[in-house]
Design a protein around this ligand. Structure first.
Ligand SMILES: [Zn+2]
Ligand SMILES: [Zn+2]
Length: 402
């Protein structure tokens, strides 16, 4: 593995930064301490910053000394934590009850800081790099908010790159694959309105519960009978709420859940069929249904040329067997919004299988969104080196759009 020596020499510093952020998790759009820390470090390293895009977003800009090239690229990290209690009790475990860096965004922010420190010191490239520290990846679409407020107008980028840690992929391995790598994230709510009454006299009312049960069963036929078999999609009903006492038929039953898909065509089909099934099934039972469908994050689709470029850079750093192709997964990621507007690639850096965790870690597996998870500090120099090498090699190549 070929890392940048300067960055490897900073491993202890990067670990301390990462653990400090881990100990002080902040939720979507509340990342004030984290963004203050990012802003301070960037400023200390002589990097001009812009603050406030997406409320707590920070953008640092480094101009290389190579000349006067107008070209620019973006590197992105997310800063937010999750609203969940941490089960780890080691020294850098969360100090904020009910909040936890359980997705490794503490590590993502630190890897980009490590790259920033090196790039600002050496500036050995001909172009400009924008370091995008975004809020609210987990909830609220911080990337989209920064873009709505003019991220790529203020800081135009010809390409944008980001990476997420991936438990289960060995340390020292990185996956970068063209095309869809993460699904779209959508949610639905069906409010079935019947006519409540006495549990002993159902004939006098319209019970919304049988309608809800039929509807839930029928939703799965969209997956098995309507969408193309080779298209991937999931409908998960995750909430059913009705009634308050055993002897009363309720007026209403509310069914909610999540839908994941890769292509817009499949998602359009699912939304249309769910609405049809919801309203018609309710009608068959004499009830009514208000059906709501909300699209949250689109699917994350890597661009072919930029992904080939990332793999080319990885080939200079890692043995071939450590450069992986990622099997698409059904989780979602708001970097997808950036990839809709700017070409780029979202890579996955191996976080190992959890052996790195300190004594006092929780009993659960070291997977993201688990209360026993911890980012693996060992991969900080690799991630930071990859970011730096992407910058150097991008500007060493001829302009893709020329
Ligand atoms: Zn997450
Ligand atoms: Zn994440």
């Amino acid at each position: 593995m070929k890392l940048i020596d300067d960055i490897s020499a900073q491993a202890a510093f990067l670990q301390s930064v990462r653990r400090d952020i881990h100990a002080h998790p902040e939720l979507a759009f509340e990342e004030t301490r984290t963004s203050d820390l990012v802003a301070k470090l960037l400023t200390d390293w002589g990097i001009p910053i812009h603050r406030g895009l997406g409320r707590t977003g920070v953008v640092g800009t480094i101009v290389g000394t190579g000349g006067s090239s107008p070209r620019a690229i973006g590197l992105r990290a997310d800063m937010d934590a999750l609203p969940m209690a941490e089960h780890n009790t080691f020294a850098h475990a969360s100090k904020h009850a009910g909040k936890m860096h359980a997705c490794g965004h503490d590590g993502h922010t630190t890897m980009l800081l490590g790259a920033a420190q090196h790039l600002a010191k050496h500036r050995d490239f001909d172009g400009t790099v924008h370091l995008i520290f975004q809020p609210a990846e987990e909830h609220g679409g911080g990337a989209r908010e920064m873009m709505r407020e003019g991220l790529f107008e203020k800081f135009p980028c010809e390409a944008v790159f980001g990476m997420h840690n991936m438990p289960g992929i060995p340390v020292g391995s990185v996956a970068a694959s063209p095309g869809p790598v993460l699904a779209s994230n959508n949610e639905f709510k069906a409010v079935i309105r019947g006519k409540g009454g006495h549990a002993a006299m159902p004939q006098l009312g319209v019970d919304p519960i049988p309608a809800a049960l039929q509807m839930i069963q029928a939703f799965q036929t969209i997956i098995t009978r309507n969408k193309k078999p080779l298209e991937t999609a999931v409908i998960s009903v995750t909430m059913i709420h009705a009634g308050s006492v055993p002897n009363v038929i309720p007026d209403e039953c509310v069914v909610q859940g999540s839908v994941r898909a890769y292509t817009a065509e499949t998602l359009d089909l699912i939304e249309r069929r769910m609405a049809e099934i919801a309203t018609h099934t309710a009608a068959v039972f004499g009830a009514e249904c208000d059906f709501h469908f909300q699209r949250n994050y689109p699917s994350t689709v890597n661009h072919t040329a930029e992904t080939a470029f990332v793999r080319e850079v990885l080939a200079q750093m890692l043995p071939a067997e450590q450069i992986l192709t990622q099997v698409p997964i059904m989780a979602a990621e708001d970097f997808a919004f950036m990839l809709e507007q700017v070409p780029g690639c979202y890579a996955f850096i191996g976080n190992g299988d959890g052996d790195h965790r300190l004594p006092g870690h929780g009993a659960g597996p070291c997977v993201v969104h688990n209360p026993s998870y911890d980012f693996n500090d060992e991969i900080l120099p690799l991630g930071a080196s990859l970011f730096v090498n992407l910058v150097r090699r991008w500007f060493a190549r001829p302009c893709a759009t020329a």
